[in-house]
Design a protein around this ligand. Structure first.
Ligand code: FAD
Length: 501
């Protein structure tokens, strides 16, 4: 199709945070000059300034955009991430790891957990953790790329620098950036679609399709179109956070820490040049001063930035695509960063939009499909997050007692009870979190299956021992051969300190 016959002429992105620039880079790289792409952002308003921990699909997004990994990591001060260490979630003083990658070797009929459970019942006291390469490498603080992509990983990065990196790319591919404050969103009086953004200085930016990347403000989706918000705070009650960067005082580890406290949790995310810290809490159980004191109390290095105080509400915009506008990023909803899923939802929305690029007029069927797919992702993530709060033995504070007693969505109840009864987990509709993620978190939160697949009972003791020795031995030997993560990062993508924010 020639550019002049292209059905969609003008795409306007409102907002230039991580969402805006991820969208701009992907659209510009994919469609080039076939569309007229404009991004409006306001330096005065700024971005939310948090979002450092990611999950493995981001590597795919970067690859689709033709981004060189080492260059990207250098530009964003990134480190590798092999998973999340959860501390104090089931009970204070204990922890578990949710790692990326597989544990053991599955049989086609039953996941490895069934064999591990059978082995455990026969007295083979091996930790489930021993059979996961990524987990043991993270614990040992080691990392390297392995042949055949055997190591599954994500990144810990400076999202401000990532946006800057993507901006350069998008502008080089033809995206026009407009600096200014959006004062009004004009609707077409006949169709009700968005017609243009009017800036405070009077500029009018007209478009055929708009992406709302204005963050929590949701200026287009909520402000102009009044789409509405589905509130999930009765399941995810944390509603505030304080974040700040500190100087690193130890070599960066290849994992994020999520440490529960009596009314929420705290994160620590090591980058090359600094460490990201934050506290997430429920304001009904912890006041801001007490939260700040707790936050400062666990910082390990001198603070590099002023504390960033944030308020949020867990939930989702009722539609992610409405009329000629698509919500990308925080404008579409938010769930706390416990499993680092927000940037991933941006990626899903952007790639989904490009897959469903309108042929002419926006098709209501495309819109319905987009909304269903995006909402399915959000509901599955929501359930996974609720699991961390619901399946707990903590009763030491009113917050945890409320979490343990809260009714949960049927979809999560089914997953938890199925695992408890049978050890089985099923991944549905291209769910983001694989079976092993659910198994690790459910075991870590104290859900131990009462029974497991009978196929595991077919193994003789000797065969079972051999299987465990073989897998566990391979994991241990591979980890022993890996270099320290910080050395590997310095060699592969060490960033100049001039780049440090
Ligand atoms: P923003 O960064 O808020 O950007 C909004 C943009 O819109 C800005 O450019 C702003 O200037 C512009 N804008 C707004 N109003 C106007 C106007 N009137 N005129 C012109 N421009 C305007 N995600 C992860 O994946 N991993 C994490 O570890 C993680 N941690 C988080 C921790 C916390 C406490 C919170 C709250 C979020 C976290 N997130 C995390 C989510 C992540 O920060 C966001 O998903 C990501 O930054 C995208 O934000 P955004 O671009 O949608 O919004």
């Amino acid at each position: 199709m020639s550019a002049s016959a292209w059905p969609l002429k003008r795409v306007v992105i409102a907002g230039g945070g991580t969402a805006g620039w991820m969208a701009a880079a992907a659209i510009a790289r994919t469609l080039g000059h076939a569309v007229e792409l404009t991004l409006v952002e306001s330096e005065e308003i700024g971005t939310i300034g948090v979002g450092e921990s990611t999950i493995p699909p981001l590597a795919t997004f970067n690859r689709l955009l033709g981004i060189d990994e080492a260059e990207f990591m250098r530009a964003t001060q990134a480190t590798f991430k092999l998973g999340i260490q959860f501390e104090n979630w089931r009970v204070p003083g204990e922890g578990y790891f949710h790692s990326f990658g597989a544990t053991g070797t599955d049989h086609w009929s039953a996941g490895f957990q069934h064999f591990w459970l059978e082995g455990r019942a026969r007295g083979l006291n091996r930790s489930y953790d021993d059979f996961c390469l990524e987990l043991k490498a993270a614990e040992a603080g080691r990392f390297a790329h392995l042949p055949g992509d055997k190591m599954n990983y994500a990144y810990q990065l400076d999202s401000g620098l990532y946006a800057r990196f993507l901006r350069k790319m998008a502008e080089a591919e033809g995206c026009r950036r407009v600096e200014g404050k959006i004062a009004t969103v004009e609707l077409n009086s006949e169709s009700g679609d968005i017609a243009s953004l009017v800036l405070a200085d009077g500029q009018r930016i007209a478009g055929d399709l708009f992406l709302d990347c204005t963050g929590f403000r949701a200026l287009l989706m909520e402000g102009a179109l009044g789409v509405g918000f589905e509130d999930w705070t009765h399941w995810l009650p944390c509603d505030r956070a304080i974040a700040a960067q500190t100087r690193s005082v130890e070599p960066a580890v290849p994992f994020t820490r999520a440490m529960a406290h009596d009314a929420g949790w705290q994160w620590r995310i090591p980058l090359q040049h600094r460490t990201g810290n934050g506290i997430v809490y429920c304001s009904a159980f912890l006041n801001d001063d007490a939260a700040f004191e707790r936050f400062e109390g666990v910082l390990t290095g001198p603070r590099l930035t002023e504390p960033n105080r944030l308020r949020f509400k867990a939930g989702a915009r009722r539609a992610q695509w409405h009329r000629n506008c698509i919500a990308v990023g925080l404008s579409g909803g938010f769930m706390e960063p416990l499993e680092s899923t927000s940037i991933h939802l941006i990626q899903r929305a952007v790639l989904r939009f490009l897959r469903m690029l309108p042929m002419g007029e926006v098709s209501p069927r495309d819109v319905a499909e987009f909304n269903e797919q995006q909402m399915t992702d959000m509901l599955q993530i929501r359930d996974f997050l609720i699991l961390h709060y619901k399946a707990t033995d903590r009763r030491d504070s009113a917050f945890w007692r409320q979490c343990a007693e809260m009714p949960i969505p049927d979809s999560l109840e089914q997953k938890m009870e199925l695992f408890r009864e049978t050890g089985r987990v099923f991944r549905k509709n291209e769910e983001l979190f694989a079976e092993n993620s659910w198994v690790q978190v459910m075991l870590g939160q104290g859900i131990v299956p009462r029974s497991w697949h009978p196929i595991a009972t077919k193994l003789e003791d000797r065969e079972m021992q051999g299987l465990f020795d073989n897998i566990g031995g391979t994991v241990a030997r591979t980890v022993a051969g890996l270099p320290p993560h910080a050395d590997y990062v310095a060699h592969y993508c060490g960033a100049a300190q001039a780049n440090a924010a």
